[in-house]
Design a protein around this ligand. Sequence first.
Ligand code: GLN
Length: 485
Amino acid sequence: MLSVMFAYEIAENIRQGKGSVLDVVTKALTRAKAVQEKHNAFITICEAEALARAKALDERLARGEVLGPLGGVPVVVKDNICTKGVRTTAASRILENFVPPYSATVVERLEHAGAILIAKSNLDEFGMGSSNENSAFGPTSNAWDESRIAGGSSGGSAVAVATGVVPLALGTDTGGSVRQPAALNGILGFKPTYGRLSRYGVIAYASSLDQVGILARNAKDIALAMNAMGGQDLHDATSLVDEPKFVEAVSKTGDLKGWKIGLIRELCSEGNSQGVQDALQQMCQKLEDLGAEIREISLPHVPYAIASYYIVAPAEASSNLARYDGILYGHREGENSLGQAKSMMKSRGVGFGPEVRRRILIGSYALSAGYYDAYYGKALKVRRLIANDFKEAFKEIDVLLSPTAPHSAFKIGEKSADPLAMYLEDIDTVAANLVGIGGISIPAGFSEGMPCGVQFLAPVMADERLLELAAILNQEIEVAQPWLS
Ligand code: GLN
C-alpha cells in the first residue's frame, strides 16, 4: 500500500511517474478514517481540501512541472499549528470554531515542498499533558493497544504515523510532547534546537520552551522535512539564522567509531521500569557494537528539571492564554448584557478544560508580586544551573543518552486523577526544553509488550548529529509497524 511507504519513497515514485498523487492521498484518507474510528487520532480530517490539492499537484505533474522534495507526500499536522482555511482548535472548546486566515510558516514550507495536509491531529488541550487525555475532543488511544494512552501531547500525530496513515506528522514539543508519544507508539520523534523551526502560527503554550518537531518512521524522512521547513523566518523573532543540513547528515553511513556517548546517570536507573532499563541496556550494547564509546555522566541538577519546568511552563502559559477572553478571541459564553468582566470569567470558565485552568492558576500564582522571587525567579535560576550541567557535559561527549520515558504506555484513566504523577511522566524530556537543545527519540524495543524508546540529546545547533546517528542505527533497528499485524 502506497500510503505506508516512507515519505522519500512516495516522493521518488511520484517523480518517476509511478502512480498519482490523488491515489496516494485517497489511500491515506481511507486509512485516516479507519484509524479515527479506532483511535480518535484526529480532530479534523480535511478530505475535500486534500483531494483538491492532490488533483492540483497531478495537473502540475501533467504539465511537466517538477514538484518539491516532498512532492505527493500526505502529512498530518497537530491541531495547535495554524492551517489556513482549516479549523485549528488546540483541542480546546475555546477555539472550537477557529479557522485561521493564514498558515504557520512550517506548514507553508511543507506545502511548498509538495506535501499535502490530510488531517489535523488530536492533542492535550494547548499541549498541556502527557497522555492525550486532556483533549476537549476525547483521548487518543495508543496505536498498539486501544486501552492505553497515546502519550502526549502530540499523541494524535504519533498514532497517525505509527498506524501508517502518513509517513510524516508535525507535533510540538514544549516539555517532551514529540519525543514521548513517539516512544510510546514505537516511532521516531525529533525536536530540534529552539529557534531552528519557526513558531509563527504555532499556538503558544510556553514560548521560551515551545518548539515544532517531527514524527516519522525513519531518519531520512525527518531530514527531508527539516530541510524543507528550516531556515530563518522573519515572522518569528526567535528564529535562528540557519542553513539546515539534515539530508546531508543522513546520507553519511557507516559506524559510530569515535563517537562519545554519555549516559545520563540521574535518568538511567531509579524510577524506570525493568523493560525500559533492558531496552536501554540493549541500545548501549548496539552502540558499542557499532564502535561508540559509552560513559556515564552526571548532570547533578537534572533531578530538579521537573520542578523548574512546572513553574516556568505554567507561568508563560498563564500569560499566553490571557488573550482568550471571548471578546477579542475565542468562544463567548452568556449574554452580551453580562458585562465585560462576567462575560470573560464565564467564557474562560467554560472554554478551558480543568488542566488548562489548573496551569493558569499555578502560573498566575507563581508570577504574583509576593511570590515571584520564591517561585518564578528560583525556577529560572535552576534552569540556568541545568543549562550549565549540559554545557559541561558536552565538553566531554558528543551526545547524551537516556530513556525517553520511565515506562511504556499506561492505561487510559490510570493517572488522570493525579496531576503530579502525570507531571512526573516528563522526567526524561523537560530538561532539553529548559536548555533549548535538540533531541530525538528512537524506538528501542518493548516493555510489558508495549513499545518504548531512548532519547539522544545534542548540543545547541548540533541537531544534524542526532539524525546522522538515527540513520546509522536505523540500518539495524526495525521500526515498529503495527499496521502489518
Ligand atoms: N507534558 C508536558 C506538559 O504537560 C509537556 C507537554 C508538551 O511538550 N507540549 O507540559
